[in-house]
Design a protein around this ligand. Sequence first.
Ligand code: BEZ
Ligand code: FE
Length: 292
Amino acid sequence: MSDYNQSLLTSDVLKAFDKAPTPRLRELMTTLVKHVHAFAREVDLTPEEWMQGLNFLCRTGQISTERRPEFILLSDTLGLSMMVVSLAQARASKNTEGATEATVEGPFYWPGAPDVELGADIAQGVAGEPALYSGTVTDVAGKPLAGALLDIWSGDGEGFYDVQLSATPSMQARGKVRTDEQGRYRFWSIRPAYYPVPDDGPVGEMLRATNRSIYRPGHIHMMVSAPGHVPVTTHLFVKDSPYLEEDAVFGKRDSLVVAYQAHPPGIAADGREMKTPYHSAEYDFRLAPTPK
Ligand code: BEZ
Ligand code: FE
């Protein structure tokens, strides 16, 4: 087919979407077609490569279950999830300047974590070195937000989430904390370790075939919210963690990297007596106003 006829093919396919019921559906489908046609032409895609790609997508579907969302992992590892997260944050508020950056939610959020008192230990016995987390939640102008909610979850100090350690897990390293009148929060958990994304499926094959990292650097997840403000789903990253510069899902943001301070046994900043060495991590979250 000549170059001219390849272009005609693309415009025929675009026209086929003329009767799409909404302009948005039409835009999504026609723009997708334009890009996949341009991709095939740019790389001069062969039938064998195309079949290999289709076979990969087919296997990605076949391995997927509710607990094993391989297509989401594909989106994560191609950076598409992070792109959508970033677009959503920019769209949600005209005033995101100065707000804490959002990052991927990932597959291990478990709604319904227990409400705990300020200063409580949410680790619930998971492996790992203790860490005291503290800081504030403010608006983008620095005004403290009292009663802001932090819904927190992480893996343990060896790189495993509670849901990976048992077929019938109970919640560990998860909890909900609310800020005090001055917008301050604090809680204990552990310093999380790096871990691999699920790599025994087609996405793992793709990462290995392209010599990419299968790891995420150590991080703790949180959803931070307060009335009248745009909630943010984010992480704090452990500054000296391996793989900080090779996050398999491109979730790491420099603004979210925290230097954990190491402490010998003794009295911690919140007055708790620690019989073992421990860490502390401080971070101030900033929320953008909900658009009027
Ligand atoms: C996580 O942070 O737990 C995660 C995020 C994306 C893919 C896999 C794991
Ligand atoms: Fe995670």
